[in-house]
Design a protein around this ligand. Structure first.
Ligand SMILES: [Zn+2]
Length: 486
């Protein structure tokens, strides 16, 4: 069989262009991002251009999150990109944490600015300023606002989606009357993030509190969801912060309570970014490319008609009808009726792009009033055309569940208990995943564990410590998971 020059072969061309995931993980990641046309490098170092296919995944992620934010009482608003320099200095820990990463605008309209403007790295300061104007009475509380925007952090090393100088995210900012309410809000949003990661992205996470040394600059408590990547490194996937009264005091967010006393509000902030898209690529992809959970797949189903012989027109017509029926049933279906490439080429192309389910329809299928259903990298099955909507929906559900269980099994198998410092060091050096460590809670012990292992304490989980602190031998009071991290 002859093949036009420059076209990949039906069976191997795609795979050859993507390095093996296990052996060359970092190159594999970049190849998948570029080849699946999720993003491309921008002419500005550290920035990426998100291409339509990648942006559609991000939009679906946004929708899944936004629905949950609204269901928990939040509304969206917009705040400006530029923040006056003076705002950053008001919260001491906050400025210290963010100062090295802020980009400054010092000139505009051809003239020096009297006060430089920071390009927002996060919006706590400007939100604090505005909340101080809006909140007067306990009746104004709570304020529950979410922002979808871009932020800039001047990073040295960058990787598409995982760490970029400019990135898209959401940042929630709330103000409350009591400490208990703020704490409940911070924990609620952590649950929202976990639910989203596990249900929509099929990524299992460890959820819990950040140790003091890792909390958000200016927070009283920070909470986090942490996912495990196939190279044994943790990916911080979402954080939620109880800011106590720190920002309220710095920005004067005060209210008159029902007892006529003027009090400072309690605030929270919480965010996830397109970094989750990077996690999605790493967790589910394989040597053939991207693999997408159905809830965030731009095309959940691709229909590939096998167009040969005299039945060709009838097959194409039925394939079009299938696409219409699936769309009407709320399935994101794409008909691939290209004639310049073979069905084999199409199979590989869509597999590389991570489409969860392929529906094949050929002359013999048509005669039997059936279609062939093939989950990505899975086994073929047939379904009667009469019940194609139901069959497709069941297959998608099963595929999403399978992705989650595979990732969950990986996570469970890569949680390594350590009973001695040496075991911690060895497990981290071997990149074996999350290392479960018992800790007495002392900052000196945390520093010692960090120094010995070269890993950071990712998350303190709600589990009883069943033994002594690895650093000092005193009774352990907390369980902390250590890992190298992105
Ligand atoms: Zn200790």
């Amino acid at each position: 069989m002859s093949r036009p020059a420059g076209r990949p072969s039906a069976d191997g061309g795609f795979v050859k262009e993507i390095p093996p995931k296990d052996a060359e993980f970092s190159d594999w990641y970049t190849a998948v991002v570029l080849k699946a046309e999720l993003a491309d490098y921008a002419p500005v170092r550290g920035c990426i251009v998100v291409r339509p296919y990648g942006y559609t995944i991000w939009e679906l992620m946004q929708q899944g999150l936004d629905r949950r934010f609204k269901a928990t009482g939040h509304t969206n608003a917009y705040f400006p990109l530029f923040i006056p320099q003076g705002f950053f200095a008001r919260e001491a820990e906050h400025v210290e944490g963010f100062a090295p990463e802020i980009a400054w605008v010092t000139r505009g309209g051809g003239a020096e600015l009297t006060e430089p403007l920071g390009v927002r790295p996060t919006s706590e300061t400007i939100v604090g300023h505005m909340y101080a104007r809006w909140i007067r009475s306990y009746r104004d509380l709570p304020v529950l606002i979410n922002l979808w925007n871009n932020v800039v952090r001047w990073e040295k090393a960058t990787r598409p989606f995982l760490r970029t100088m400019e990135f898209l995210w959401q940042e929630g900012h709330t103000a409350h009357r009591t400490e208990e309410e703020a704490e409940a809000e911070a924990r609620q949003m952590l649950d929202v993030y976990r639910d989203f990661a596990e249900r929509d992205l099929a990524i299992p996470v460890l959820a819990g509190r950040k140790p003091e040394s890792e909390k958000f600059p200016g927070a009283a408590h920070s909470y986090t969801i942490e996912a495990l990547m196939p190279d044994g490194q943790a990916l911080q996937s979402g954080t939620s912060h109880n800011l106590g009264q720190n920002f309220a005091r710095a920005f004067g967010i005060k209210f008159l309570d029902s007892d006529n006393a003027e009090k400072y509000a309690y605030t929270t902030s919480w965010g996830v970014s397109w970094r989750l898209l990077g996690g999605l690529i790493m967790v589910h992809g394989d040597d053939r490319g991207l693999a997408l959970p159905p809830r965030v797949a731009p095309f959940q189903v691709v229909i590939v008609p096998i167009l040969s012989g005299k039945e060709r027109d009838a097959v194409l017509e039925e394939a079009r009808a299938l696409a219409r029926r699936l769309a009407a049933a709320g399935v994101r279906a794409r008909l691939d009726d290209r004639t310049e490439v073979t069905p084999g080429y199409k199979f590989n192309d869509w597999e590389m792009r991570g489409v969860p389910l392929r529906v094949e329809l050929g002359p013999r299928d048509l005669a039997r009033r059936q279609a062939v259903l093939v989950p990505r990298a899975g086994a073929k099955d047939t379904a009667a055309l009469e019940r194609i909507e139901a069959a497709v929906s069941e297959a998608l559900e099963a595929y999403g569940t399978q992705l989650f269980h595979r990732a969950k099994r990986y996570l469970d198998e890569h949680i390594v208990p350590a009973s001695t410092m040496a075991e911690l060091v060895e497990a981290i050096a071997g990149r074996r995943g999350f290392v479960r460590v018992r800790w007495c809670g002392a900052a000196t012990c945390e520093a010692a564990l960090r120094q010995a292992s070269g890993a950071s304490p990712r998350v303190i989980v709600d589990e009883a410590a069943d033994g002594a602190c690895l650093a000092c031998g005193a009774p352990g009071t907390q369980v902390v998971y250590y890992a190298r991290a992105y």
